[in-house]
Design a protein around this ligand. Structure first.
Ligand SMILES: C[S@@+](CC[C@H](N)C(=O)[O-])C[C@H]1O[C@@H](n2cnc3c(N)ncnc32)[C@H](O)[C@@H]1O
Length: 250
């Protein structure tokens, strides 16, 4: 519970911090990100990207490292991370992998790029790209990851579909996200935070079932890294048959 309270308190203070910094205030509407080139109507992911690490590093980084470490990514594996942000995950990826990281926000990527230069991460490439419309071939990557991003984008289903498309048959799609609790009394409470989190840049209303619906993915496991965490880790494998059928149809 303490973790949940801390997370909500961080989110609330972030909201106030951003509100006081922003001259124009923060728009409530969900963005038309792809056409504007801005990741979200929330300024966190562009004008205020410099504050991101101060607020979220403590909450997100440890979990990201736990999740990536568990994957035991083998030498030579091709990894794509979508929505890498300021690069909290960069040090988690082994140097023996070939890693591509994309984000819609150039401001967030610029901060990630500074970290890469300092750490001499020659095995990682950064690219600006919309996760809902990835410029990669079908079946390109062994691992596709998306941390704290699925409910940030306007069309989560499209994003998960793209993560799946670019993943190789039998490859893994790994997501960390907040999903709506199946327990009505919990979801009712968390729903109360939705107006605040939307202003910060994400929605709390997507369920895991909805996120997986119709995707060519077999859920391997979903778990939390701590009993109090608001976030769920999802490991899923892309169906080999579905990919083969799609190739035959083209
Ligand atoms: C909450 S941050 C998470 C960043 C990072 N994954 C982490 O865990 O710290 C969400 C990120 O998604 C990015 N984003 C938003 N919409 C996107 C889109 N359509 N395509 C790619 N990235 C997007 C934002 O720019 C931001 O960097």
């Amino acid at each position: 519970m303490l973790y949940a309270v801390t997370s909500l308190r961080s989110a609330a203070s972030a909201y106030h911090a951003f509100k006081s910094v922003s001259a124009n205030g923060i728009t409530m509407d969900m963005p038309n990100s792809a056409s504007s080139g801005r990741p979200h109507s929330s300024k966190i992911y562009y004008d205020l990207s410099g504050l991101y690490d101060k607020i979220f590093e403590r909450v997100f980084k440890r979990r990201i490292f736990q999740v990536v470490n568990r994957l035991n990514i083998p030498a030579g594996a091709r990894v794509l991370e979508v929505g890498v942000g300021t690069g909290l995950s960069l040090n988690a990826y082994p140097r023996h992998a070939e890693v591509t990281c994309v984000d819609l926000s150039q401001d967030m990527l610029d901060i990630a790029a500074e970290k890469m230069t300092k750490a001499r991460h020659g095995h990682i490439k950064l690219m600006q790209m919309d996760g809902q419309n990835l410029k990669f071939d079908t079946d390109e990557f062994d691992y596709v990851t998306a941390f704290h991003v699925v409910t940030v984008v306007p069309d989560p289903a499209k994003l998960v579909n793209e993560l799946t498309r670019v993943c190789k048959p039998d490859g893994q799609v790994v997501i960390i996200n907040h999903f709506r609790s199946p327990r009505p009394y919990i979801s009712a409470i968390v729903d109360l935070a939705d107006p605040v989190t939307r202003r910060l840049g994400w929605s709390t209303r997507l369920s895991l079932d909805k996120a997986m619906e119709g995707q060519s993915l077999a859920l391997q496991q979903s778990y939390k890294t701590s009993p109090w965490s608001l976030f769920t880790v999802v490991e899923a494998r892309k169906f080999a048959e579905a990919a083969a059928a799609r190739r035959r149809a083209v």
